[in-house]
Design a protein around this ligand. Structure first.
Ligand SMILES: *Cc1c(COP(=O)(O)O)cnc(C)c1O
Length: 230
């Protein structure tokens, strides 16, 4: 059976609104990103028609094909691991890179954004769980990294991103999301010149409601919109 993408989006928006009400937040403060790795341009078009304006991709090459096919009808965010040598493509394709977790990558994005004549929005990916298989700077090193990036003129550090450990119980994710929120608040209190971090990119199909309760401003949802990936 065909996945009804438009109906799924309506359901997700209702769940976002309900989660916001539960924790006394304004639902408008939560942005819904549709994650489109392996999803065809036809299906992405259906999501655009259903009102989605923000998409997340994991691979530069795959994203390039879709962005070329669909034009700039939406904003595209890079959420997958980014190699330094792909930064030059990323600055022209994406509005945000969520996966900046090291100084040399940030330096390269800054340089390429300067050459492209614009400023790039980035989020710092934090490996809150400490799992060795995950990308991300450790929670302990995040502040130092951000301080080093503050002088760079062609990147704008807008927030933090994380992935909780895989689990089918969303409550397992809660403490990791809460650590990310506290980290953002602590970094904000440092009042680093040039740094205004507000965004918390956290929560996926299995745990986005808990993420909202813990302060997510961007939830990244794939399967609940497009169905199981092949
Ligand atoms: C695939 C992916 C998602 C979406 O995951 P779903 O479980 O399909 O909602 C979100 N964030 C990142 C970084 C991903 O790679």
């Amino acid at each position: 059976m065909e996945t009804d993408i438009a109906a799924n989006i309506i359901k997700i928006r209702q769940r976002i609104a309900a989660a916001a009400v539960r924790c006394g937040r304004d639902a408008h403060s939560i942005k819904l990103m549709a994650v489109t790795k392996t999803v065809s341009p036809e299906h992405i078009s259906q999501a655009i028609n259903a009102g989605i304006t923000m998409f997340g991709e994991n691979y530069v090459q795959e994203a390039k094909e879709k962005i070329t096919a669909l034009g700039k009808q939406a904003k595209w965010h890079m959420i997958g691991h980014l190699q330094n040598n792909k930064a030059k493509y990323a600055v022209n394709l994406f509005d945000y890179v969520h996966s900046v977790d090291r100084n040399d990558l940030a330096q390269e994005i800054d340089k390429r954004a300067r050459l492209a004549g614009h400023k790039m929005n980035i989020l710092i990916e934090v490996n809150v769980s400490g799992e060795r298989t995950k990308s991300g700077v450790s929670a302990n090193d995040a502040l130092d990294l951000i301080k080093r990036l503050a002088p760079l003129e062609n990147i704008s550090v807008r927030g933090l991103m994380t992935m909780a450990p895989y689990s089918d119980n969303p409550e397992i994710s809660r403490p990791y999301f809460s650590v990310l929120r506290n980290l953002r608040n602590a970094i904000s209190r440092e009042q680093i010149p040039g740094i205004q971090i507000e965004e918390l990119s956290m929560g996926m199909t299995d745990d986005f409601e808990v993420a909202i309760e813990e302060g997510a401003t961007i939830v990244r949802i794939g399967r609940a919109i497009f169905g199981q990936r092949k």
